[in-house]
Design a protein around this ligand. Structure first.
Ligand code: AMP
Length: 279
């Protein structure tokens, strides 16, 4: 841990490539990336994008779709934490306690897990990434900024009253790992706000009897996660806003309404066909 702490300190202080995020650069697969990205950096390699947004907003859903579309790995730090938590590794018990209270894991641990994932991906020849759930604190954003160039930060937004319901409706197939949502959201628009409908994302019949909920998707824990998100997210958003990299995207509804609009906002309309068929 002492070595890691030193790495983090030097990355923040000296902005040196102390951590391993930068090892992922290589040639670009698709040169037609959005004008919103930092083109100088993106022109020479695959995209390095970040998804911000409250728990339950749908970061995983859209990050994973974009990852398939662009051929870059979707790296969710929450998944890395859950993998470690379910392993017999030394951090397992400590992580379970933190996650089940809805608290954040320390920057040191999360950077260690992320660095390991990036290193493994680099060794497999992965290039570029879509980060989901990282950075969550200003310090994490600064560390990331010190070690690699982020091209674009997509800040997903959804009305607050829907987020809790979306988290409570989330289900995972214990066999195939597929993500579903049984929440059926229909809110009548008022005070100038439009109606909001989000159909449930139901599992195929072979997954239906194997659905489980995340242990941190209970009402009190989701409320705590939302509280912490609101407390810490503003400086992270400001950090990227000042760099001109923040793309705010308000979800207009479920996947069928939101996905084409998101692609449009990203200048990726041409890529729509393949994935809308799968929606
Ligand atoms: P998520 O799946 O993104 O909701 O993350 C699940 C849990 O993993 C969070 O509630 C935190 O305990 C932990 N976690 C994920 N990403 C981070 C991060 N960037 N910093 C600190 N803790 C994190």
């Amino acid at each position: 841990m002492a070595v890691l702490n030193r790495l983090i300190r030097s990355a923040v202080a000296a902005r040196s490539p102390a951590l391993t995020f930068s090892s992922l650069s290589s040639s670009i697969k698709d040169p037609s990336f959005p004008a919103t990205t930092g083109r100088t950096a993106a022109a020479e390699r695959n995209v390095q994008w970040v998804f911000l947004g409250c728990p339950g907003v749908g970061k995983g859903t859209y990050a994973s779709r974009l990852s398939s579309l662009l051929g870059v790995p979707h790296i969710a730090t929450g998944d890395l934490v859950r993998e470690e938590l379910n392993s017999s590794g030394p951090l397992s018990k400590q992580l379970a306690e933190i996650v089940n209270q809805g608290k954040l894991v320390s920057d040191e641990i999360i950077i260690k897990l992320l660095s390991k994932r990036l290193e493994e991906g680099g060794a497999r020849g992965e290039s570029g990434f879509i980060l989901d759930g990282f950075p969550r604190t200003l310090r994490q954003a600064e560390i990331l900024d010190g070690v690699t160039e982020i091209d674009l930060v997509i800040n997903l937004k959804l009305r607050e009253d829907v987020l809790l319901e979306k988290c409570l409706g989330r289900r995972i197939c214990s066999q195939c790992g597929g993500n579903f949502n049984i929440a059926n959201i229909n809110i009548k628009g008022e005070n100038g706000r439009p109606d909001l409908s989000m159909a449930p994302l139901l599992p195929p019949s072979h997954c239906a009897s194997k659905l489980i909920a995340r242990s941190d998707d209970t009402e009190p824990v989701v409320k705590e996660r939302l509280r912490i998100y609101h407390e810490l997210s503003q400086p992270v958003e400001d950090f990227y806003r000042k760099q001109g990299k923040l793309l705010e995207f308000e979800l207009p509804g479920g996947i069928p309404e939101s996905w084409p609009k998101l692609l449009h906002a990203l200048n990726l309309d041409d890529h729509d066909d393949k994935q809308s068929a799968a929606a």
